[in-house]
Each structure stands twice: as structure tokens, then as C-alpha cells.
Design a protein around this ligand. Structure first.
Ligand SMILES: *[C@@H]1O[C@H](CO)[C@@H](O)[C@H](O)[C@H]1NC(C)=O
Ligand SMILES: *[C@@H]1O[C@H](CO)[C@@H](O)[C@H](O)[C@H]1NC(C)=O
Ligand SMILES: *[C@@H]1O[C@H](CO)[C@@H](O)[C@H](O)[C@H]1NC(C)=O
Ligand SMILES: *[C@@H]1O[C@H](CO)[C@@H](O)[C@H](O)[C@H]1NC(C)=O
Ligand SMILES: *[C@@H]1O[C@H](CO)[C@@H](O)[C@H](O)[C@H]1NC(C)=O
Ligand SMILES: *[C@@H]1O[C@H](CO)[C@@H](O)[C@H](O)[C@H]1NC(C)=O
Ligand SMILES: *[C@@H]1O[C@H](CO)[C@@H](O)[C@H](O)[C@H]1NC(C)=O
Ligand SMILES: *[C@@H]1O[C@H](CO)[C@@H](O)[C@H](O)[C@H]1NC(C)=O
Ligand SMILES: *[C@@H]1O[C@H](CO)[C@@H](O)[C@H](O)[C@H]1NC(C)=O
Ligand SMILES: *[C@@H]1O[C@H](CO)[C@@H](O)[C@H](O)[C@H]1NC(C)=O
Length: 332
């Protein structure tokens, strides 16, 4: 459309004459999906011939007729069904408008002008044009597919853009921090509608959010002649989840656990001693000992890794040794 407009305005006559001479030159023309496109003819009626003496028609690359004006009157008879009701002729600038353009409409077209004289039809002029069809991709949109959790810090993003044509060249994420800009190239997922032939595209990114800096993520769709940018997705440094990885906190927690365990073991054996005193008996004691062993083995497993560091642990062990006399406790 743009190309045609400027050339028309600039040198309509010259161009028309040049085309008359070459006869095979072809104009480029651009249309948008589901909109109206123009198929130019660029005929300059220098001899001022009346439309009554002309036959004007357009054909596509398969020689199907889009439109015919026979001696000033529209003649739908030769028009192919797929173009019926989709065209309108502009007498002022000899342009055929094609409505509701589909991707399938892209290709080459010919405009013919014949003179209807007393000796029959005489070819006077013809011109070819090449129609390309575009569909604007929607503005790319970033979506969070899985959010950071406190222990992963990884965020999964998807960016998508839909209903465009032709196929884009490239799609990528741009990560901007205070000091750097990084381009993340990932495989573009494409799907094409088998009826409209429009494309949907998307990319995904899984990335680890840096702890100490603000990040701004943009998604870029690279088309043949332009770039589309998404709105930025911002992650602020101070909104990151608290790390909870303080070593002092860990040690403190361990100490508290040890103290509690010791206390529990102590209580256990004290109650055991009380019970022994109340109900003495060989068979029963044997049973208790077995039970005891199990218990202290379990206790040992839990406590063992931390034992050597602790002095009060030894006390704890001593007590259990004296109370139970069990062999397993000597491993402490
Ligand atoms: C074509 O455009 C019309 C409005 O102009 C809209 O209602 C329709 O959904 C569009 N069709 C497609 C396939 O995009
Ligand atoms: C062309 O012919 C029409 C009548 O057929 C006349 O009104 C018009 O002035 C003519 N234009 C030129 C440029 O000769
Ligand atoms: C032809 O004229 C119509 C208006 O009458 C305009 O919309 C269209 O852009 C013109 N086409 C060209 C190729 O100049
Ligand atoms: C498509 O995008 C171009 C460039 O931004 C714009 O000039 C044109 O009007 C858009 N066309 C449609 C049909 O939205
Ligand atoms: C992800 O987490 C941020 C805050 O950390 C929240 O604002 C956002 O809504 C979350 N997004 C999703 C998709 O859960
Ligand atoms: C493309 O996206 C549109 C809108 O999200 C959806 O309706 C359509 O089914 C998608 N087409 C394909 C081929 O995935
Ligand atoms: C388009 O694809 C759908 C399924 O994805 C299928 O059912 C349908 O027949 C296809 N249509 C054409 C024209 O190929
Ligand atoms: C995030 O993406 C990565 C890589 O694609 C994947 O391994 C991981 O399972 C995803 N996480 C979630 C929570 O979906
Ligand atoms: C992050 O951005 C906020 C403003 O949005 C600013 O106040 C803060 O200082 C920035 N932090 C870093 C680490 O750059
Ligand atoms: C950015 O650069 C400045 C100066 O070189 C440095 O002090 C700062 O820590 C850097 N920020 C990040 C997030 O790397």
C-alpha cells in the first residue's frame, strides 16, 4: 500500500509509460489479513478512451478472473466464485480493491486492458503486481508459569505472541540488571493455524533470580522489518524471599535440639528406673531391656552425628550407661 501510494504520487505518468514499454514489470503491493488490499493497474488513459470502448479485467496467477468491466459495465459471469463479492473497482486510479484478504491471496496478479473496436478485442495494456499479505503479531506478553519459591529462587517465564504472518525470524528474552544486559535465546515454539495460516509463537525461560540486583525482563519478537517488545517484567531486589541460610541460626537450632534430646533420654531412663523398682522380675526385666535397646538405638542414631562437639553430651551418655547398662550406649 505504502509503496504504491508514493510511486503513484511521484511519477504516475512516467511509470505507466515505462510499464507499457516493458509490459512485464510488476508492482509490489501489501495487504493485511482480513483487511482490504489493492491491486494496481497504473493505466494512464492518455488518449482519453471512453470506458465504453474498453474491457478491463484482473486475473490471479492461476488465471482465475477476479473482476471484469466490460464496456463500462461489471460482468460477473467470468468471475471465479472465490472472488465474488470481494472486489471493487476504483475508476479514478484504475485500482482493484480486494477485500477480506487471506494469507492464501498472496501472489501475483495481472491487470489487462483491451480495446473493443470494430475489429474486435485488441490488447492495449497489461501490468502485473505482487501482493504480499501480512498479519500483525500481537504485542508479546510475558507470563509467569512458575514463581520463585523460597528455596529455589528460580522463576519460569513464557512469552507469547499470536495471530501473525509471516513467520518471525527470532524471539528472545532480554534481561537487564543495573550493570548488564543479557540476551537469552531459546527455541521458539511455533504453531500454525491450518485454515488461516497464521502463526502463534512462544518461548520459555527458566532462570535463577540474582539476589542483589533489580532485574527487568523484556521479550522481543524480531520480525522481518521491525521488532515487537513486550512490557517489561520487573523483579525488585528487595522483594526476594529472605534467605534463612544464616549459619549461626543453624548451630543454635542444633544445640537446642541436642538439649531437648538429652532431656528426653534422661526422662525416659528415670521413669524406667522407677518402673523397675516397682515391678522387679527376671522375665520382665529382659523384655524391658530389649525395648530399651531399641529405644536407645533410635536415640543414638538421631543424636550421634553431633555428639563429639558437646561436653554435656557425655553427661547424658553417662547417665544412660549407668541406668541401663546396655551395650549399645557405649558407642556414645
Ligand atoms: C476479521 O475482522 C472482523 C472485524 O473487522 C472481525 O470481526 C473478525 O473476527 C476478523 N476475522 C479474523 C479471522 O480475524
Ligand atoms: C475526455 O473525454 C471526456 C468525454 O468523453 C471529456 O469530458 C474530457 O474533458 C476529456 N478529457 C481529456 C483530458 O481530454
Ligand atoms: C485509489 O483511490 C482510492 C480513493 O479513491 C484510494 O483509497 C486508493 O489508495 C488509491 N489507490 C492508489 C494505488 O493510489
Ligand atoms: C500493522 O503494524 C503496522 C506497523 O506498526 C501498522 O502500520 C499497521 O497499521 C498495522 N496493521 C494493522 C492491520 O493493524
Ligand atoms: C509471583 O510472586 C510475586 C511476588 O513474589 C507475586 O507478585 C506474583 O503475583 C506471583 N505470580 C504468580 C503467577 O504466582
Ligand atoms: C493461537 O492463539 C489464539 C489466541 O490465543 C488461539 O485462539 C488459537 O487457537 C491459537 N492457534 C494455534 C494454532 O495454536
Ligand atoms: C485443521 O486441523 C484440525 C485439527 O487440528 C482438523 O480437524 C481439520 O480437519 C484441519 N483442517 C484442514 C482444512 O486441514
Ligand atoms: C521450570 O522450568 C524448568 C526448565 O524448563 C523445569 O525443569 C522446571 O520443572 C520448571 N519448574 C516448574 C515449577 O514448573
Ligand atoms: C531497585 O529499584 C528500586 C526502585 O524501583 C530502588 O529503590 C533500589 O535501590 C534498587 N535496588 C538495587 C539493588 O538496585
Ligand atoms: C554494578 O557496578 C557497580 C560499580 O561497578 C558495583 O558497585 C555494583 O555492585 C554492581 N551491581 C551489580 C548488581 O552487579
Amino acid at each position: 500500500m505504502g509503496i504504491c501510494d508514493s510511486t503513484m504520487g511521484l511519477s504516475n505518468t512516467l511509470l505507466g509509460m515505462a510499464l507499457l514499454i516493458s509490459g512485464a514489470a510488476s508492482m509490489m503491493s501489501q495487504g493485511y489479513f482480513n483487511k482490504t488490499g489493492e491491486l494496481p493497474c497504473h493505466f494512464t488513459n492518455s488518449q482519453n478512451i471512453s470506458l465504453d470502448e474498453l474491457v478491463v479485467f484482473w486475473q490471479d496467477q492461476d488465471k482465475l478472473v477476479l473482476y471484469e468491466l466490460y464496456r463500462g459495465k461489471e460482468n460477473p459471469q467470468n468471475v471465479h466464485p472465490k472472488y465474488k463479492g470481494r472486489t471493487s473497482f476504483d475508476k479514478d486510479n484504475w485500482t482493484l480493491k480486494l477485500h477480506n484478504i487471506q494469507i492464501k491471496d498472496k501472489g501475483s496478479y495481472q491487470c489487462f486492458i483491451h480495446h473493443k473496436g470494430p475489429k474486435g478485442l485488441v490488447p492495449m495494456y497489461h501490468m502485473g503486481s505482487e501482493l504480499s499479505v501480512l498479519a500483525n503479531f500481537t504485542q508479546p506478553e510475558i507470563m509467569v508459569t512458575s514463581n520463585r519459591t523460597e528455596n529455589s529462587g528460580i522463576i519460569n517465564l513464557t512469552c507469547s505472541s499470536v495471530q501473525g504472518y509471516p513467520e518471525p525470524k527470532e524471539m528472545y528474552f532480554k534481561l537487564k540488571t543495573e550493570n548488564s544486559t543479557t540476551k537469552y535465546d531459546t527455541a521458539m515454539k511455533k504453531s500454525q493455524n491450518n485454515v488461516t495460516e497464521l502463526y502463534n509463537v512462544s518461548i520459555s525461560l527458566s532462570f535463577s533470580v540474582p539476589e542483589a540486583s533489580n532485574v527487568s525482563i523484556t521479550c522481543v519478537l524480531q520480525l522481518e522489518s521491525m521488532e515487537l517488545h513486550s512490557l517489561p517484567y520487573n523483579i525488585d531486589a528487595h522483594t526476594k524471599p529472605p534467605p534463612a541460610r544464616d549459619p549461626i541460626l543453624w548451630i543454635a537450632a542444633l544445640l537446642v535440639m541436642l538439649v531437648i534430646l538429652c532431656g528426653m533420654v534422661l526422662v525416659f531412663f528415670l521413669t524406667l528406673r522407677k518402673r523397675k523398682k516397682k515391678q522387679p522380675g527376671p522375665s520382665h526385666e529382659c523384655e524391658t531391656n530389649k525395648m530399651e535397646r531399641k529405644e536407645s538405638e533410635q536415640t543414638m542414631e538421631r543424636v550421634q552425628p553431633h555428639v563429639p562437639e558437646r561436653a554435656d553430651e557425655a553427661q547424658c551418655v553417662n547417665i544412660s550407661k549407668t541406668t541401663s547398662g546396655n551395650k549399645s550406649t557405649t558407642h556414645f
